[in-house]
Design a protein around this ligand. Structure first.
Ligand SMILES: C[S@@+](CC[C@H](N)C(=O)[O-])C[C@H]1O[C@@H](n2cnc3c(N)ncnc32)[C@H](O)[C@@H]1O
Length: 345
């Protein structure tokens, strides 16, 4: 097993208090990592090429070199030098570079090829899931499986479809997913195809979450609405929830983050900030606005608003969103906490 795998295990044990057995159970509920890796890789390429300020994609800082390194380590012959970063590749002896390209289809050019197929993608056997993804889907999906299995689900702002794929993996009867960034919607469609789901099991829709009428139409006849990782990228939380509630879904699951100082206050509050819309493909989308005002409502705000719409909080879990690198190295408590709240009629 790679050091990355051990790092993940340690992290889940130490920061999220999961036992070995809990981790095994959690991993057993996840689909195999190959599609997750491939789609994650393609999403990362799109993310990298998305930022116009980054002229040289290979030098971008945020790329996770451990992923590259693990893939190289699989094909590496014993006598080959280490290649710990994408830049290291060009220092390898030429014949090794050539073998990497010709035999293993592995090089920075191939790595950053937008058209890289699933079949020629270099998968890593001992690669594991992103820690925060695991913790998040545990609270969001596995702990709410009654709202997923056998249910008609809509997953707003899906990015590359990870949450929707998991809902289908856990036998949702149908999943609709939405997204405003078309390349990501296409990736989400590709994910469903590669995971082996039939076209009639899911529907995708390119739409803006600020289009309230479409939200209502899409939610009609749905059992479960998922708003995951998106409600802190908008300014109009009330109107979005109102548009969803008009369709009277049985449950609404909100996964979001909160600004720690006001996360738990009894008063319904929103923390406001500005967000660059083009900095990251996960960020807010506001056409023609390079910077948008976005708000982080606290737990009470969601309660207050959903009660107003006639829904009750049936489940709540809050957790720290520890990230392995930043917060631990800086020995700081994250300023953000995360939660999952479930509201039912
Ligand atoms: C942080 S990602 C969350 C992805 C996914 N829901 C999850 O929980 O893993 C936020 C997503 O919301 C999308 N998004 C942001 N603003 C949007 C808008 N106005 N309409 C639709 N999607 C939007 C982004 O493109 C991005 O894919």
């Amino acid at each position: 097993m790679s050091s990355y795998y051990h790092q993940t295990q340690n992290f889940l044990q130490n920061y999220y208090n999961l036992s070995d057995q809990d981790i095994d159970v959690l991993l057993s509920k996840m689909p195999t990592t190959d599609v997750y890796q491939y789609i994650g890789h393609k999403a990362e390429i799109l993310n990298t090429s998305f930022d116009p300020a980054r002229s040289n994609r290979l030098q971008q800082k945020n790329y996770d070199n451990s992923y590259w390194q693990q893939s190289y380590d699989i094909i590496k012959a014993e006598h080959w030098p280490a290649c710990n970063s994408i830049e290291d590749f060009y220092s390898l002896p030429l014949e090794i570079q050539q073998e990497c390209k010709q035999v293993h289809k592995f090089s920075p050019d191939i790595w950053f090829d937008n058209n890289l197929t699933f079949e020629s993608f270099t998968k890593s056997a001992d690669w594991t899931y992103d820690i925060l993804d695991l913790i998040k889907v545990n609270h969001l999906i596995f702990d709410n499986i009654d709202n997923i299995t056998g249910k008609k689900v809509i997953d707003f702002c899906t990015h590359a479809g990870a949450i929707s794929g998991l809902c289908l993996h856990h036998a949702a009867s149908h999943v609709t997913f939405t997204e405003i960034r078309d390349p990501f919607l296409q990736l989400a469609n590709k994910r469903m195809e590669l995971m082996g789901f039939a076209p009639e099991q899911y529907a995708s829709c390119l739409t803006d979450i600020h289009d309230y009428q479409t939200n209502t139409e899409l939610c009609l006849g749905k059992d479960t609405v998922i708003l995951s990782g998106v409600i802190y990228h908008v300014h109009d939380h009330y109107s979005i929830l109102e548009s969803i509630i008009q369709a009277q879904p049985k449950s609404v699951i909100i996964e979001t983050c909160h600004y720690r100082p006001i996360a738990d206050t009894a008063e319904p509050l929103i923390y406001w900030m500005c967000e660059e819309t083009e900095k990251n493909t996960c960020n807010a989308y506001y056409k023609d606005y390079p910077v948008a005002m976005v708000g982080f409502p606290n737990l009470s705000w969601f309660n207050f608003t959903m009660n107003f719409f006639g829904y009750q909080e049936s489940k709540r879990v809050s957790y720290d969103s520890w990230m392995p690198n930043e917060d631990i190295l800086l020995k700081r408590t994250p300023s953000i906490t995360r939660s999952v709240q479930v509201f039912t009629k």
